[in-house]
Design a protein around this ligand. Structure first.
Ligand SMILES: *[C@@H]1O[C@H](CO)[C@@H](O)[C@H](O)[C@H]1NC(C)=O
Length: 179
């Protein structure tokens, strides 16, 4: 519930920020395409950014960065919900431990992406990058947990982990252009 509320506020704040300004100065679509061409997965990048209605009101890379961080945060919180749904299926000691690692790490990631968003808003890009890195590493560690300390298990979070990693890739790409 608290997560849903946070997500909601997130959307609201980013939306208010972006739509408070005229869209006449919106970043050209081809600039977003060019950005995505530099990412590891062009179609994922474009689909993700364009699935967000706020991209129409983004004026520059700073605004696109806020959207990318918001998308990461939402993906992280969706994963947290998913962990709650699948956790019952893991009753063995290894599965339980690994679910615990992911739950804890996604909690870290959620906080870090939230902080990263606040730092990006203040244009403290260097600090933003550090926070986003810690958040991303926590998610990568969740994925790796399924292959360590016992027989390998299929991670129930691969799709979420992959998405967060790709979204982080977009965040770091924009960071290198803004810093
Ligand atoms: C991963 O991202 C894609 C593209 O935005 C989306 O369609 C898919 O639902 C996401 N996967 C999960 C598990 O959320």
């Amino acid at each position: 519930m608290a997560t849903m509320l946070t997500n909601h506020m997130w959307f609201l704040i980013t939306t208010l920020l972006l739509f408070a300004f005229p869209t006449a100065n919106a970043i050209p679509k081809r600039d977003v395409e060019n950005l995505c061409r530099e990412s590891t997965d062009f179609s994922f990048c474009l689909t993700s950014l364009e699935s967000d209605p706020r991209i129409a009101a983004a004026r520059d890379l700073h605004d696109v960065l806020l959207i990318a961080i918001t998308l990461s945060k939402i993906q992280v919180d969706d994963a947290t919900t998913h962990i709650g749904t699948v956790s019952r299926k893991f009753s063995g000691p290894n599965g339980k431990r690994r679910i615990g690692v992911c739950r804890r790490n996604y909690g870290i990631a959620s906080n870090r992406f939230q902080t990263a968003w606040e730092l990006a808003l203040k244009k403290s890009y260097g600090e933003m990058e550090k926070q986003a890195k810690v958040g991303t590493n926590a998610v990568v560690d969740c994925e790796n947990a399924w292959r360590r300390g016992g027989p390998v298990q299929t991670s129930p979070l691969t799709f979420y982990n992959t998405n967060v990693s790709k979204l982080s890739g977009i965040i770091f790409l924009i960071f290198r252009k803004l810093k």
